[in-house]
Design a protein around this ligand. Structure first.
Ligand code: EPZ
Length: 443
């Protein structure tokens, strides 16, 4: 059994260069865009592969920074991670040298914490840093730790690290979360696959990425079932086998491109799109007055003939799935700046995920921020190009949407934040007719 890596060990992921997007807005976007695989599924599927020593193959994996970071974290554990072609990763966790997730990895990406469950249940111990991640609230992980303890793990917290061990094997049990937690659900589910006995997780998050992960676990031989909409049950087994899995489409990218067509008066077809998983957003489009046509994996939107007078203000509230995704709150706010009237925004999941609206004001949006969860957007506003900075991944993509809708040039600093979660976003927008270029940040 490997011991934890000595703490003087340095981890130097290449830090993405600060970059700037230069955008000339006011052009309707037209054409077809291919939606990539879901970031928030791919990261967990990579982690799930350490549950077996056999080779796993993941397809339709998005070419994004967070995936590269996760692959690096796995390689530094001693896991074999091959990237034989675009969109494909093969993982073999035959043996793991180190059961240590360093601060630098966790600080770069909160999702590294999803390794707690798989490493603990397969190897019986792990030292993992308390994660950092996006600047959208405190982002604690106490519910993950509570779930592991409920399965018999002994976990101590010292100097920014969780020291976790499971004498013998984790044991199945009742996991009762006080609130819905996506990665908390996923960590518990991953840990339960090799635990001794039956585990019931509720309320289990209902996000599609959770079910995509459950499907992969079943392909690996795990016994995982969503027995009620908010309940996942797992019967632990001794070993899992290698499997192949295709990552489901990214519903947040799907929504982001739909909104880009709406706010530029464009006409767009989305292929390999997450039609089944953007129902709450399509409802908002219908209330605002923008027709969207979904068919299996293709979505068509034509906003070319619409003027702001045609678009009605609409109140929105983000919530766990199947509610409107919190990750779509910021793109939807850009849409609401173009609607006639006042739209009330309630961010129901994270505290201070509203503050980004301050940057949106710089492009001419008329917004009252009431508190850390509420804002009012008054429209329609003619957005004007401006120089702004990105604070987190989703706000960054939304500032791009606003700049594409605005008249005149914009400079958006911090483009590397967007690289974390959107595959080739500038190239995809260029192919739709946008004037967007990326350059080293000279700010
Ligand atoms: C996942 O984060 C996603 N990240 C987030 O996407 C997404 O916004 C979020 O789910 C909600 O849908 C990944 O899947 C990698 P939570 P997660 O646990 O699992 C509180 C993006 O941009 N909480 O469902 O970390 C928490 O503070 C990212 O792709 C605790 O208090 O979110 C929040 O208020 C951003 N203690 C609420 O629960 C815990 O131990 C929901 O968080 C865990 C969470």
């Amino acid at each position: 059994m490997a011991d934890a890596r000595p703490f003087h060990w340095e981890y130097h992921p290449e830090t993405p260069r600060p970059e700037t997007f230069r955008i000339e807005g006011g052009r309707p976007l037209r054409g077809t865009v291919n939606v990539s695989g879901a970031k928030n599924a791919a990261l967990k599927l990579l982690a799930a592969a350490v549950l077996t020593g056999e080779r796993c193959r993941l397809e339709n994996v998005p070419e994004i920074e967070d995936v590269r970071v996760m692959a690096e974290v796995l390689r530094d554990l001693g896991v074999v991670v091959d990237h034989p072609e675009t969109g494909v990763y093969e993982i073999a966790a035959g043996d793991v040298d180190w059961l240590f997730i360093p601060l630098e990895a966790a600080a770069k990406m909160r999702a590294s914490f999803i390794l707690l469950g798989p490493l603990l249940t397969r190897f019986g111990r792990v030292i993992i840093s308390n994660p950092g991640g996006d600047r959208i609230g405190r982002r604690p992980v106490n519910l993950h730790v509570d779930a592991m303890r409920a399965m018999g793990a002994e976990i101590e917290y010292r100097n920014g690290y969780y020291y976790a061990q499971a004498p013998g094997r984790l044991r199945g049990g009742e996991i009762r979360f006080p609130q819905v937690t996506v990665m908390g659900t996923e960590n518990a589910m991953l840990a339960a696959t090799l635990a001794d006995g039956h585990t019931v997780i509720r309320p289990a998050a209902q996000e599609p990425e959770v079910d995509d992960l459950a499907a992969f676990l079943c392909e690996m031989g795990a016994d995982v079932e969503r027995t009620y909409p908010d309940t996942i049950e797992v019967h632990g087994t001794r070993r899992l086998r290698g499997a192949t899995h295709r990552v489901l489409p990214d519903r947040i990218e799907t929504g982001t491109f739909l909104i880009s067509a709406a706010v530029t008066g464009g006409t767009m077809r989305l292929e390999n799109a997450a039609c089944k998983h953007v129902g709450a957003l399509v409802e908002v489009f219908e209330k605002v007055g923008i027709p969207v046509h979904c068919a299996d994996t293709t979505i068509d939107i034509d906003a070319s003939g619409l003027t702001p007078a045609d678009l009605r203000a609409c109140d929105i509230e983000t919530a766990p799935y199947p509610g409107l995704a919190t990750d779509l709150q910021s793109p939807t706010c850009v849409l609401l700046t173009q609607a006639s009237g006042t739209s009330r925004v309630h961010e129901g999941v994270f505290e201070d995920r509203i503050e980004w609206l301050g940057e949106l004001r710089k492009l001419g949006a008329r917004i009252d921020i009431e508190d850390t969860h509420h804002a009012a957007i008054h429209g329609p506003s003619q957005l004007r190009g401006a120089e702004v900075s990105i604070s987190d991944l989703r706000a960054g993509a939304s500032l791009i949407l606003a700049a594409l809708a605005a008249q005149g040039p914009s400079l958006i600093h911090g483009a590397h934040h967007v690289e974390r979660g959107y595959e080739n976003i500038d190239r995809k927008f260029q192919q739709l007719g946008a004037s967007i270029a990326r350059s080293a940040d000279t700010a």
